[in-house]
Design a protein around this ligand. Structure first.
Ligand SMILES: [Zn+2]
Length: 184
């Protein structure tokens, strides 16, 4: 009598018609009496079916351009730069990163400059220097952390951009060779 592990080891060979009749009948007798192994067999058949399905369709030719357009949208309007600065086109992510850094820095600055608690009387003592130092250090640490995050975002976006460009080139190539075939 076959054990479940023995029977399950033979399921794949049975599906492929590789078992000699006595062995095959043994497995079939086990399956008839064992719901667990029948479930395993059903999963195997499902897997087999999936593996024989036609290969996944290739991505649409305009996938890469659309992804690029979504990630790097054209600017909605042109903001004129001061005259003395030559116009520099920068990737949008850089502008977004700079804006995020600026927002973060001004938020931290506001935190630093904001008076604490109710406004003190004119004779109130000046804030103690150590507290200011501590907050400056905290601000520096926060800015360093944000800067590291921006670097990571920069790396990710560069890698993504390179991949998208490569994919766009591939898609163009595929379209070109397909139209070449059509014209033949
Ligand atoms: Zn079994």
């Amino acid at each position: 009598m076959l054990t479940c592990p023995d029977a399950q080891d033979l399921l794949s060979a049975r599906m492929d018609g590789e078992l000699a009749p006595p062995r095959r009948e043994e497995v079939e007798r086990h399956l008839a009496s064992c719901a667990d192994c029948r479930a395993v067999e059903a999963e195997l058949r499902e897997l087999d079916h999936l593996l024989q399905a036609p290969a996944a369709l290739p991505p649409a030719a305009d996938l890469a351009p659309r992804v690029c357009a979504a990630v790097f949208p054209p600017p909605a309007r042109v903001i004129p730069l001061p005259r003395r600065a030559p116009p520099v086109r920068r990737p949008l992510w850089r502008a977004a990163a700079a804006a995020a850094l600026l927002a973060c820095a001004s938020g931290a600055l506001a935190l630093l400059v904001r008076p604490r608690g109710p406004a003190p009387a004119a004779a109130a003592p000046r804030p103690a220097a150590p507290r200011l130092d501590a907050r400056t250090a905290a601000l520096r640490a926060e800015l360093a952390r944000v800067s590291r995050e921006l670097d990571a975002i920069h790396r990710d976006l560069s890698a993504f951009h390179a991949r998208a460009a490569a994919e766009a080139r591939q898609a163009d190539h595929a379209v070109a060779s397909r139209s070449l075939e059509v014209t033949k």
